[in-house]
Design a protein around this ligand. Sequence first.
Ligand code: FES
Length: 221
Amino acid sequence: MDRDQLIDLTRRALKLARDKTTDLTPAEHTVAADTYTSAQRHAEDKSMLLTSPQLVGYSSELPRPGTYGTKTVMGRSILLTRSADNTVRAFDNVCLHRQSRIADGCGAARRLACPYHAWTYDLDGNLVGVPGKEGFPETRSGPAKLTELPAAECAGFLWISLDRDAKSPSAVRNTNCESPIRSRSPCLRMRDLTGKSFTNVPLRLSRSVIKKSSSCFSILV
Ligand code: FES
């Protein structure tokens, strides 16, 4: 897409937003009722959403190793961490003991302790402390880890998949979303998306800017 096309599209999008409308088809369009009632379609849509990368935040929300944050994504509480090797990880924010939520909000910590009985996890999700272990004789010994989800950092944003088996983190990382964003929006500098000030922009605004298309993501302004 060349620069003139980009400017035309942007003007059109802004006008539609100002007029509180959208592009209209030339004639009335009827949607089949089973679009809304089909159980099979519902299952397919849900599966697609669970396996697709979801944009959940800005890289700058995890500004350095040892920071964490929490998000609610499609009703699920998700724990995001930046571990010591600078890797962004995502976990179900659910304690291995009695499924309490482990963390709320965001911050910096070497370890996170569940508020219920203080089972403790490092930022790689490993269970590293069980206070009063003698009180849990039935608990299996050996390494244990929070449920990890595919996560990636791309174009200054944090992405996860809600299906742990959907794609490996590297596969999500290889969705190569940054390249189409760059090519479609030459005036946008990726580094602009990683600045601290960008955390002040509501994510819903970014979501309105980014429109998900079939297999990649394109930026509209
Ligand atoms: S529920 Fe988390 S330590 Fe018990």
